[in-house]
Design a protein around this ligand. Structure first.
Ligand code: SF4
Length: 433
């Protein structure tokens, strides 16, 4: 038997591709996409068990008992920088029961693959699906993502995961992998080597129909940059409209890869929320981290998205190289002036695999648990944890306006008012904590 395991951790964390972080302001976790892909490949030949201990709120004792019963020969285990110390301890504990083979994967495993590979642990360099294919005796270099089977969502209990704000169950879908940009704080260029692979529109539509057949009407598109290619996005949106899929969806974007016309089409096709990596309100800092966007791009695109009726989620990073008290305040002020609907402020973290990490390698303490967007490991002269708290609280308090509530309900549908209100209360409670 083969296990696909997201191991337990003391906090709710999300580990998927370049995202290695605590769950965000809405405290929602995501269905385990890579584990579901792996299960889909491996079950062609093996009996599999998919276990998302974080999503299912399972502790180590539960995992140990099940392990004792199943005695799996192989475990594919999702690991990450902030959880790695705990992940390795869990392997140690489980190995006392049976010395199974652990294939650990994720950016951290990929970056430190030589250091981490020992005895019964194999740290996978790159995408783990390649190893799964080789175990079933098939060759697939993943150059064409259309060749991947759809994730084995039938093994996942969707009731455990709900889309932020409207609290409905949803599927995570990956229409592309990779991003050609090279932001110095991001681990994506390391993991995918800046190569972009994008699925055909037909393949994405087919998967949306599959997701719909499972009773899911909500999708979060988990691409590195969903709006990289305008023609592809337009074709996909037109197809969604033509096929009357009636699926509500969320995606991420860059402020320089989407225009007004496409935004209106996306809204018509069911998009209700978009995430933008804005990072800073200071042009010098944006240039320094190779973000390759202009302040004007940010203002224009957020306005266009607002006009289209799509809700906007801005992501900011505090404490990037060159940050001073002045630029910090500038970013916080900028975030409030943009008319965004939601924001998240992350504390700059030199995650292994990012260009920033290379500059600090060997100079900072490798207490990986602190390599997380709410802990400060760099720029100690600024109180970034306090700035993060203040920025978040200030933004949401400032955003409590009737006009915002109307826009929000228009975007998600008035029938969802109760769940939206619940999420709003939850959000305000978490900000007070
Ligand atoms: S645009 Fe920058 S932050 Fe976004 S995925 Fe690409 S490299 Fe990472």
């Amino acid at each position: 038997m083969i296990w696909l395991l997201n191991p337990p951790f003391e906090e709710m964390v999300f580990k998927e591709g370049r995202c290695e972080q605590k769950v965000g302001v809405f405290q929602t976790s995501y269905p385990p996409l890579t584990l579901a892909y792996l299960a889909s490949i491996l079950r062609k030949k093996f009996e599999v068990r998919l276990l998302d201990a974080i999503g299912e709120h399972r502790d180590l004792d539960y995992i140990k008992n099940l392990f004792e019963k199943d005695k799996p020969d192989i475990i594919f285990m999702s690991v990450s920088t902030p959880t790695i110390q705990s992940d390795l301890k869990i392997i140690e504990e489980l190995s006392k029961i049976k010395e199974s083979k652990f294939y650990i994967f994720g950016i951290h495993a990929s970056y430190f693959n030589e250091r981490l590979t020992k005895k019964n642990i194999i740290a996978i360099k790159g995408e783990p699906e390649k190893v799964a294919f080789s175990l079933i005796g098939e060759k697939n270099d993943l150059s064409n993502l259309d060749d991947l089977p759809f994730p084995a969502w039938d093994l996942v209990n969707f009731k455990l995961y709900s889309v932020p704000l409207i609290r409905n169950k949803f599927a995570l879908m990956q229409p592309s992998r990779g991003c050609p940009f090279g932001c110095v704080f991001c681990t994506n260029p390391f993991f995918y080597n800046k190569k972009v692979r994008i699925r055909s529109v037909d393949s994405v539509i087919k998967e949306m129909k599959y997701v719909k057949s499972l009773g899911l009407n909500n999708v979060i598109f988990f691409s590195d940059t969903f709006t990289l290619y305008k023609d592809w996005v337009n074709e996909l949106c037109n197809k969604m409209i033509e096929e009357k899929l009636n699926i509500k969806w969320v995606c991420n974007s860059r402020v320089d890869t989407v225009d007004r016309e496409t935004l209106f089409l996306m809204r018509k096709a069911g998009c209700w929320l978009m995430s933008f990596g804005i990072e800073s309100g200071d042009q010098g800092i944006l240039d320094g981290v190779k973000k390759q966007i202009k302040i004007e791009d940010i203002k224009r695109t957020v306005k266009d998205a607002n006009d289209s009726g799509i809700l906007t989620f801005g992501h900011f990073i505090l404490g990037l190289p060159g940050e001073t008290k002045e630029t910090l305040n500038k970013t916080i002020k900028f975030s409030r002036g943009l008319d965004l609907d939601f924001v998240m402020f992350y504390i700059a973290t030199p995650l292994p695999g990012s260009e920033i990490y290379e500059g600090y390698k060997g100079k900072i303490e490798e207490n990986w648990k602190n390599f997380e967007y709410s802990s400060q490991v760099l720029n100690k002269e600024l109180d970034l944890e306090e700035a993060q708290r203040k920025a978040l609280r200030g933004f949401y308090m400032n955003n409590l306006k009737p006009r915002k509530a109307v826009k929000l309900l228009r975007a998600v549908g008035y029938k969802n008012w109760f769940n939206v209100a619940l999420s709003g209360f939850g959000l305000l409670r978490s900000l007070r904590a």
